[in-house]
Design a protein around this ligand. Structure first.
Ligand code: GLN
Length: 304
C-alpha cells in the first residue's frame, strides 16, 4: 500500500468539506484561527512518517490534552482513579453538568470536561506546576522540545470559563476536587491551550499503539494492559457524544478537541493525527472525521 498516495487522495477528497461546519467561538481566541486548513500525519511505529497539507502547522490541542493528562494521572494513581471518575460514555455534551448532580459529583468518564478536571486535580496534588508536567510529558512523547502552551488561549478560556468553574465547584462540594478550584481550572485551561501540530501528535500517541512504549524515546509510558484500557476508553468516549457513530464509521480509538484536532491509532501499527478547524455539531472536526473514515477504509485496517 502507498501510504502517501492514500493521504494525498484524502486531502483532495476533503477539500469540498473545508467550508462546512463552525469553529468553537465560546473560547474567543479559538475563533481567530485560519479556517481553510487541513493537515494529516501518520507515524508508523518503525519511525516512517507521512504527511499531507498543513500537518506542521500548530493548533490548540484542547480536549486532545485529556488523553495525555489521563495517561499521566493513571501513571500516578492507577486504578484508584476510577473511584473518582467513571468509564462509561455519557450520552451528553462534553461540557454538560446534568449527570453530576444525580451521580454525586463523579463524572462519567475522564474525557468529559468534568472528568478532565478531576484528572487535573490528581496532577495538581502531585506536581507544583501541573501544566508544565503535561507540557514536558508531551515534549518527550513527541520528540519536540519546543512545545508550549499558548497563554492567550488559556487566558481567553479562563475569562469565559464559567461553566467549567461551575463544574469544579460542584465537584468540590462532593469532595471530588481536593485542590483549590481556581488553581485546577487554570491548569486545565493551560493543558487545553498547548499548541502542537499533526506530526507531534501522531508521534505522541504512538505509545498506545505500541504496548505502552513510546516509539519516539523508548520510554515505557504505561504497561501494555493499561495502554489497552486507555485505548478502549478512547473508542467508547473519545469523541464526545459522537463516539458510537465514530466507532461505526472509523473503527479505531480516537480523541478529539474543539481546536479541530483528532488523534487516533491503529494498535501495533501506527499513530495518526488530522486537523481541520471547522467542527460538526458535537464538537469534532468535520473534515477530520471524514478523513479518518476514509483513512481506515482506504488502507483496509481498523480494529474490526
Ligand atoms: N477547553 C475546552 C473546554 O473546556 C475543551 C473542550 C473540548 O475540546 N471539547 O470547553
Amino acid at each position: 500500500m502507498d501510504m502517501q498516495a492514500v493521504l494525498d487522495r484524502i486531502h483532495d477528497e476533503a477539500q469540498p468539506l473545508l467550508g462546512q461546519g463552525r469553529v468553537a467561538s465560546y473560547i474567543p481566541e479559538l475563533a481567530k484561527v485560519p479556517l481553510q486548513r487541513f493537515g494529516m500525519a501518520v507515524s508508523m511505529l518503525d519511525g516512517r512518517l507521512y504527511t499531507v497539507g498543513d500537518a506542521r502547522e500548530d493548533f490548540s490541542i484542547q480536549s486532545v490534552s485529556k488523553l495525555f493528562s489521563l495517561t499521566l494521572a493513571f501513571q500516578l494513581v492507577g486504578d484508584a482513579l476510577w473511584e473518582r471518575v467513571g468509564r462509561e460514555p455519557s450520552g451528553t455534551a462534553f461540557n454538560s453538568l446534568v449527570q453530576l448532580e444525580t451521580e454525586q459529583g463523579k463524572p462519567r468518564n475522564p474525557f468529559l470536561n468534568a472528568g478532565a478536571l478531576v484528572v487535573t486535580d490528581v496532577l495538581s496534588t502531585r506536581f507544583v506546576q501541573p501544566e508544565m508536567a503535561l507540557v514536558e510529558f508531551l515534549r518527550r512523547l513527541s520528540g519536540n522540545a519546543g512545545l508550549q502552551y499558548d497563554d492567550a488561549v488559556a487566558r481567553s478560556e479562563l475569562a469565559t470559563g464559567s461553566r467549567n468553574r461551575a463544574m469544579g465547584h460542584f465537584m468540590h462540594s462532593f469532595g471530588n476536587l481536593k485542590n483549590p478550584v481556581d488553581a485546577v481550572i487554570e491548569a486545565y485551561c493551560r493543558h487545553c491551550a498547548i499548541r502542537m501540530n499533526c506530526v507531534d501528535l501522531a508521534r505522541a500517541v504512538g505509545f498506545l499503539a505500541n504496548g505502552g512504549v513510546s516509539p519516539v524515546g523508548g520510554e515505557q509510558v504505561l504497561d501494555a494492559s493499561s495502554a489497552k484500557r486507555l485505548s478502549a476508553l478512547m473508542l467508547t468516549c473519545g469523541t464526545y457524544d459522537a463516539a458510537g457513530d465514530f466507532a461505526y464509521r472509523v473503527g479505531i480509538p480516537a480523541k478529539s478537541g474543539v481546536g479541530g484536532g483528532i488523534v487516533a491509532h491503529i494498535p501495533r501499527t501506527l499513530g495518526v493525527c488530522v486537523w481541520s478547524p471547522r467542527l460538526e455539531h458535537t464538537g469534532n472536526s468535520l473534515a477530520g472525521s471524514f478523513a479518518l473514515e476514509r483513512f481506515t477504509s482506504l488502507i483496509g485496517q481498523s480494529l474490526f
